[in-house]
Design a protein around this ligand. Structure first.
Ligand code: GLN
Length: 561
């Protein structure tokens, strides 16, 4: 029976990059899940970097961390958010990872003296990983997005490996091309020729497109669908129109309207399953996507970070998961999130414009590295603490709030993190001992404390109330930690470490007691981990929800005045 076989859907890009291949792949996942299938999504990145940890986030986008600790491309974040499930480390691979594995194996005589080449050894290693990922996930269907565009030199081997899988399992592998149909302003007509070329380029590799997702500014009309279908050798119904839309969360619903789910099942010779997931269908997702549109009151949140401009554009992808996490909690509370960027460097002068901060309902300092903008962030945190503006610190944002507290409440004027000044009088944030050794060896890749670790939460604290649990698991990515030598002093002065590692050694959450009295604050909390990596549309993160809740209460108050 066909449905017993594992199925593979390879998603490739045609014409150009940046047209939403990641969201298209994620949405295919959401659709198939709603038809009752277990789905895993995987990303193939053609980079020679062994993982995404060493890639510059302002160039490549945010580094997303999985439970396993693997540092991946931000698309993995989209996948987890759209599937509402954790993905495994086998769901991400780079060219670097594959080559390193094959070369290490060759060095260890793993090929028994054979001549080792890209074909077959590299190709077969990729095939092995495609199959392994399916097995680990115990899924029915793997949706595998091949990074880059058809015609790139870098991704050929991944496409070649997919071709081999198709030869082995002709009924179980299909290819979806996410392509782009431009409407040149001077011509005013939607052009399908570049897509036809992309399809024929793919065919020159021996790989035939089954379905085309036609991205464009506008809806692709029947005439063009027909034209593409004839030129590309597929039924017209297999050309799915994907026009630009307001909200990415509508993509699965639009795909469903164009029957993409059924088209995929037909191509894979599958029948919709009859189980709880298929009965629920897309209803939970629909409710969420509708909710996004029915928010009224605004909540203004500023992300105080490092921002880089390229020409007229500000790059914000580096904080993608944070932006998403804020949105999900705001939607859950029925408020409209308006997210602002505050450049930390603007708060480094001797007379920063603090008044500009009062228009925000909440301030957030996200994760980061190095010295840029640090003093500015510290100034903003002090302002938030003293003026009782809700503040949420993520990783570096928690370390900096501890430094700010040490400097301005405990009077340790020189307090700092070893990351910036290891010779400071009070190194309140210090390097983790095992990480120090790695850095001394020049070993930067994968050298942080990475992935999911448990934290136990203190009774009666804000964190404990927000989570409604005493033990939580969160994802980490850091090298430095609160120096254990300062924990007692800091706590005695009023900053509570409400979350710690189960052995009590590592400080995971810092907070001021929630309230309006002296030494209290409506929301002043930081986490050593990255809660944003676990925030999902259908499952917003409790700490973000509490932060937005308090921030929007402030909105209410100011409206009354
Ligand atoms: N730079 C800090 C550290 O390595 C914080 C890292 C982060 O914010 N992800 O500990």
């Amino acid at each position: 029976m066909a449905s017993q076989h594992h199925k593979y859907i390879f998603v490739v890009g045609g014409v150009m990059s940046g047209v939403g291949k990641g969201i298209a792949s994620s949405s295919i996942g959401t659709l198939l899940q709603a038809k009752g299938f277990e789905v895993n999504l995987a990303k193939v990145d053609p980079y020679l970097n062994v993982d995404a940890g060493t890639m510059n986030p302002t160039e490549h986008g945010e580094v997303f961390v999985l439970n396993s600790g693997l540092e991946t491309d931000q698309d993995m974040g989209n996948y987890e958010r759209f599937l509402n499930r954790d993905l495994s480390g086998t769901d991400y691979m780079t060219s670097g990872m594959i080559y390193k594995h094959v070369i290490d194996k060759e060095r260890a005589l793993g090929y028994h003296g054979k001549c080792v080449e890209a074909v077959p050894q590299i190709r077969d290693e990729i095939v092995r990983r495609y199959e392994h990922s399916a097995k680990i996930n115990k899924s029915d269907i793997s949706v595998i997005e091949i990074g880059g565009t058809v015609g790139d030199y870098q991704n050929i081997m991944f496409i070649e490996a997919a071709r081999v899988l198709k030869i082995r399992h002709p009924d179980d592998v299909i290819f979806v091309m996410v392509s782009y149909l431009p409407i040149p302003a001077k011509i005013g007509e939607m052009k399908s020729r570049p897509t036809q070329h992309a399809v024929s380029q793919l065919a020159s590799y021996g790989v035939y497109t089954d379905i085309i997702i036609a991205r464009s500014e506008r809806v692709v009309d029947a005439r063009r669908k027909e034209k593409i279908a004839i030129a590309c050798n597929i039924p017209a119904e297999n050309v799915v129109s994907a026009p630009d839309i307001e909200s990415v969360y509508d993509v699965p619903l639009n795909f469903e309207r164009d029957k993409l789910g059924d088209i995929i099942l037909k191509s894979l010779k599958l029948k919709q399953k009859n189980n709880a997931a298929s009965v629920a269908g897309l209803s939970a997702w629909k409710k969420f996507a509708e909710g996004v549109k029915h928010v009224n009151k605004e909540v203004h949140i500023a992300i105080v970070g490092k921002y880089f401009t390229t020409g007229d554009f500000v790059l914000t992808d580096a904080y993608l998961s944070v932006l998403e996490a804020i949105k999900y909690s705001a939607y859950k509370l029925g408020v409209k999130p308006v997210i602002h960027t505050v450049n930390a460097r603007d708060y480094e002068s001797t007379k920063p414009n603090y008044k500009a901060l009062t228009k925000f309902d909440g301030l957030l300092v996200p994760g980061g590295f190095g010295e840029t903008g640090i003093e500015g962030k510290l100034n903003v945190i002090r302002y938030a603490r003293e003026n009782k503006i809700p503040y949420f610190g993520l990783c570096y944002g928690m370390q900096l709030m501890t430094i700010e507290f040490a400097r301005n409440v405990l009077g340790m004027k020189d307090a700092n993190t070893a990351e910036i000044n290891p010779k400071a009088q009070d190194v309140v944030i210090d390097i983790m001992p095992d990480k120090k050794k790695k850095l001394e060896e020049g070993n930067f890749g994968g050298s942080m404390r990475l992935g999911s670790y448990p934290s136990k939460l203190k009774e009666g604290t804000l964190a404990r109330r927000a989570y409604g649990a005493s033990l939580v698991h969160e994802r980490h990515r850091h090298r430095y930690e609160v120096n254990p030598a300062y924990v007692e002093k800091i706590q005695a002065a009023g900053l509570v470490f409400s979350g710690t590692s189960p052995d009590g050694r590592l400080m995971e959450i810092a907070e001021l007691p929630q309230g309006t009295g002296t030494g209290e604050h409506p929301f002043f909390l930081g986490t050593q981990f990255h809660p944003e990596f676990l925030a999902r549309p259908l499952n917003p993160h409790p700490l973000f929800t509490e932060f937005i809740k308090v921030a929007s209460q402030k909105v209410k108050k100011s409206v009354k005045k």
